[in-house]
Design a protein around this ligand. Structure first.
Ligand code: COA
Length: 145
C-alpha cells in the first residue's frame, strides 16, 4: 500500500492547489481523512487508478470511475474523471493526455459519455480538457451567503 500513500500525497497537493488558487471551499484534509475509504474502494475495484512512475516514484495520477447519472437524463451511467494531478516538474510532456486517453479506453466498455468537473477559475485545466476533446456541457452557479 506504499502506492496509496504516494497517491494520497499527490491528491493532497491537488487539494492545496485548488484551495489556494481556485476554490477556497476545497477541504485540504479530505485525502488524508478519507484514506481508509480510498483503500477500501481500491480493493473493491470501484474504478480506475492510473499512475505515472519515474525511477520508482509516482509523479502523477488519475482516478476515474463510473457513476449513476441524474434521474432526469436518458442515460443511466457516465464515466467521470474524479481527480488528476501531475507534479509540476513533469507537466507539459503529454502525461495528462495519456492518462485521459487510457481512462476513456477503459470507460468505453461501460459508458457512452465521460465527464469531468473543473473549478471555473482553473483556466489551464479547462483548456487542457477542451484540447482533449471535452466540450462545455453544464454550468453550475453558486453564491456565498
Ligand atoms: C492538468 C494536468 C493534469 C495536465 O497534465 P500534463 O501532464 O501537464 O498534461 P499534458 O502534458 O498532456 O498537456 C499539457 C497541457 O495541459 C495544460 N495545463 C493545464 N494546467 C497546467 C498547469 N498547471 N501547468 C502546465 N500545463 C497545464 C496546458 O494547456 C498544457 O499545454 P502546454 O504544454 O501547451 O502548455 C496538470 O497540469 C496538473 O496536474 N494541473 C494541476 C491540477 C489540475 O488542474 N488538475 C485538473 C483538475 S482535476
Amino acid at each position: 500500500m506504499k502506492d496509496v500513500d504516494a497517491i494520497i500525497e499527490l491528491s493532497s497537493q491537488l487539494c492545496i492547489n485548488e484551495h489556494n488558487f481556485y476554490d477556497n471551499t476545497v477541504d485540504i484534509s479530505f485525502p488524508i481523512n478519507n484514506k481508509e475509504k480510498f483503500k477500501r474502494n481500491m480493493r473493491n475495484g470501484f474504478g480506475l487508478v492510473i499512475v505515472a512512475i519515474d525511477f520508482d516514484n509516482i509523479e502523477g495520477y488519475l482516478i476515474g470511475s463510473i457513476s449513476k447519472t441524474e434521474d432526469y437524463r436518458n442515460i443511466d451511467k457516465i464515466a467521470e474523471i474524479d481527480s488528476m494531478f501531475v507534479k509540476p516538474k513533469f507537466r507539459s510532456q503529454g502525461v495528462g493526455i495519456m492518462f485521459v486517453n487510457q481512462f476513456i479506453e477503459w470507460a468505453k466498455a461501460q459508458a457512452k459519455r465521460v465527464k469531468v468537473v473543473v473549478s471555473a477559475k482553473n483556466n489551464r485545466g479547462i483548456k487542457f480538457y477542451r484540447k482533449a476533446g471535452f466540450i462545455d456541457h453544464e454550468i453550475v452557479l453558486e453564491m456565498k451567503l
